[in-house]
Design a protein around this ligand. Sequence first.
Ligand code: D41
Length: 673
Amino acid sequence: MDLFVAEEVDALRAEIEEHNYRYYVLDDPNVPDAHYDRLMTRLRELEAEHPELQSPDSPTQRVGGKAAKGFSQVAHEVPMLSLDNAFSEEDMQGFNRRVQDWLNSSGEIEFACEPKLDGIAVSLLYVDGVLVRGATRGDGTTGEDITANVRTIPSIPLRLRGRGYPAELEVRGEIYMPKDGFNALNEKAAGAGEKTFVNPRNAAAGSLRQLDASMTAQRPLQMCCYAVGAVKGGELPSTHSDILDRLHSWGLRINAESKVVQGLDGCLAYYQQLLEKREDLAYDIDGIVFKVNDIAFQKRLGFVSRAPRWAIAHKFPAQEEMTVLQDVEFQVGRTGVLTPVARLQPVFVGGVTVSNATLHNADEIERLQARVGDTVIVRRAGDVIPQVVRVVLEKRPADAREIVFPSACPVCQSDVERLPGEAVTRCTGGLVCGAQRKELIKHFASRKAMDIDGLGDKLVEQMVDEGMIADLADLFHLQLDAVADMDRMGPKSAENLLAAIEKSKQTTLPRFLFALGIREVGEATALSLARHFIDIHALFDADDNALQEVEDIGPIVAGHICHFMQQAANLASIDALIDAGVQWPAIEPAGEQPLSGQTVVLTGKLELFSRSEAKQRLQNLGAKVAGSVSANTDWVVAGLGAGSKLKKATELAIEVLDEQQFAERLAQLEGQS
Ligand code: D41
């Protein structure tokens, strides 16, 4: 017998038990789920290869956690099974094949698909339509009686609606906390100096375990049903999807994304669809659950070691992983802000390999208590920059090093300052600082600014490093042979670049103002400024009060603009650009435009226009394009896959246009203006 294997098995069991305790008893896990899943997978593997090492007290032999003290226990009449996981398409093929083999079928199987909510599995018992008991799943056999707590959750009916429900009906589902409720709860806790929850699932678990149900009542919990348990004195439909519809008709919540598909391909397509929608859903999901839809088939398939053969959870790539914080570097941005960037031991998370994550600012480092050498949890959700969300303090090495903000700019050695009341630390070097110069030029050249095609970040960095450009206007005096001599350039690409730079001289005032990189002056503000002042010299002369008369400009932004215009170097820069030939057509005084005073929100994926084109055309008609729906919104354009904004618009009874209707309205209004 292999001693090393026995040792590894023991070590795995001990570690898993520790995680179980933290997760189920303390509601305070310190490792990502993906890490836990891997430990379990490895332990199962070893136990399968070495049956002599199996043991009834192995964590693989139980399904959930221990019941905590304080709640009375409930024995589940019909065990609450667990779900097997699939982590890849191959795993899904294996599942589909096993189902076909068991059913002796070569045809496509019908599957019911539903998002796998990341919450707490519970059972609700209705007798003669009245909610008499709520229980957690616990270890699948025994759970805790949380009747008083579930009764506080608004989406759980205390009495079933309609008729025809069985005399005794046990409904199963997930209690979870929607993302916005979770964020609000954590913000409140942080504001009161209290401990925050690690994620929505932990917040849901913690809320359900309140011995004082009036605490649970204050938490934004929801319930979604996905199965039935014991059923007596009545009949249910013969497919899973029809059962869910029936539950819905009795007033129980079911998932609106549920769908029936045919065969493996249908499953994989649904998985992909939801993966893309994941960020827009109002709640966290960690995968998709697929269930053989036909209940007679489910019965034939049965279950093995507490997991049904007829269902599987196809997991999404984990959004959180554990890795080591190897170093912290400070990046200097366009406005001189020093951003601490974590250099990480590379780790696969959210579908990509991540080796850098933002640490935001000094307050965030303080909140995380992060040190170099720490084991940290990184999160990458959707397309946002990876974040360090937590430090695993238990794993801190003795030589962990404190993170100190530099007192001089790492790029130009100018002093750095942190103004009272500001979270950020800044380099005071302005355009003396090579980093700020680089970032300003990148911004100046970017698509929504001067739109210089082909002038990418790498080229800008090289140009600044080699002293080819010190000021924005230098861009317009670049020499062909100097450009052709740069790395990865040649005569042809140099010519193209100079042509693109030349072309960019014909611009618009809003683009030009945006391109200058004035703090807090984004596209929308630049547009308001251009419309208001019409002439750039009028803007130079505007004082604080005059600036605050512009739509959407308050004291802070006005202050930044004044400060910018007071710097002789900035005015000289602008003059140099105009001298170099940068120009824009005169703006017609706005007057009343067809959409003046109206606010429009764009949501979902547009197919007929790019986002920025749609926005530009609306703005040209005088509309304001906002990012979120509120009572001030006049209408909403909903593209494909529109989610929470569309829902909000419907709730507020705001006019919603699909893309086709939007295109027609634009054409009509543009004809008028
Ligand atoms: O959304 C879920 N988390 C979910 C969990 C779901 N949609 N369906 C589920 N179906 C089952 C079976 C197939 C056993 C009725 C489940 C779970 N089980 C489950 N939740 C926790 C353990 C198992």
